[in-house]
Write a protein that binds this ligand. Structure first.
Ligand code: SIN
Length: 294
């Protein structure tokens, strides 16, 4: 029997009693509804190969290779191979201990791929090697972040959009980029979008990659970005996921932010596969913004 157990008051649920490899359509519908209701779903104890994990992820939507080519799985580009010792998956370049740069990847509150015009609806991760301590992932609910804004600030953000760029203001992400990945045009996204499936409003904010809020002087925009960063980043988030080998965690990027804590021993290995699931549901909202800002 499928059981859905909330992981915290604001976000996350563990789904028990499912086997990802054999899940029928009716069970998947329950899992999908839990994803919409709880934003982050956790399914523990799975024994998957790459194709099993891709097949499960693609039940949520179309998969896409991540921009960072150095992290593509060598045989399955729709997956990222996130391993703290593999510096470049295509050349096979490795370091003997965990790379300090890779330990800190994802260690900022963010939503995935806001630098793309069509963003990631969801991200899935499967844990292969888990450090003995640390290496957790924190999640926060962006519907709640929107609801908690003072009404004056909600009004100020209503109808506004912001530009997001790959690499953004994050030095360590820029260091991972290849020349062909630089110089992309910014993507424009609404700051308080309506979720296409739940109809709820959220605060769409990505601290590392948001560059400016359209229609404001740069100084005003910088001040507002700094204010929103304070409001959205909290030391522990709303839910802390402590990974176990065999965990599948899948989150909704349209209404949450996450942050990798990165605080594990450098002599231990952390390895995950990660899938990027596309969102075509916001295209209409975004087309009109893109046209207005052109
Ligand atoms: C991510 O930031 O997308 C990955 C999170 C993690 O490595 O814990």
């Amino acid at each position: 029997m499928v059981r859905i157990i909330p992981a915290s008051p604001k976000i996350g649920a563990e789904i028990q009693g499912v086997n990802i490899k054999t899940m029928d359509e009716a069970t998947f519908r329950t899992v999908y509804q839990a994803f919409l209701d709880h934003i982050v779903i956790v399914i523990r104890g799975q024994d998957l190969n790459e194709e099993d994990f891709m097949a499960f992820s693609s039940r949520f939507g179309e998969l896409k290779p991540h921009m960072t080519k150095k992290a593509h799985h060598p045989r399955y580009p729709n997956l990222m191979l996130m391993d703290n010792r593999i510096l470049n998956t295509r050349t096979g370049e490795e370091s003997k201990t965990a790379s300090p740069l890779l330990i800190r990847i994802g260690n900022v509150w963010h939503t995935d791929t806001s630098y793309d015009y069509i963003t990631a609806k969801a991200t899935g991760m499967y844990a292969i090697n888990v450090p003995s301590v640390g290496g957790d992932t924190l999640f926060s609910n962006s519907y709640a972040a929107y609801d908690a804004l003072p009404s004056g600030l909600k009004q100020k953000l209503e109808g506004r959009s912001a530009s997001h760029i790959y690499g953004g203001r994050l030095k360590r992400q820029q260091e991972r980029m290849e020349d062909s990945e630089r110089g992309r045009a910014p993507a424009i996204h609404p700051m308080t979008p309506t979720h296409p499936e739940t109809g709820r409003k959220s605060l769409y904010f990505n601290d590392g990659q948001i560059m400016s809020i359209l229609g404001l002087e740069q100084a005003q925009s910088d001040a507002l970005i700094a204010d929103l960063a304070q409001r959205t980043a909290s030391p522990d988030g709303d839910y802390r996921h402590k990974w176990q080998k065999g965990d599948v965690v899948l989150w909704d990027n349209r209404c949450s932010i996450h942050c990798a804590t990165g605080d594990y021993p450098a002599n231990e290995r952390r390895t995950n596969w990660r899938s990027t699931i596309m969102d075509f549901g916001w295209q209409a909202q975004r087309s009109s913004l893109q046209a207005r800002s052109a």
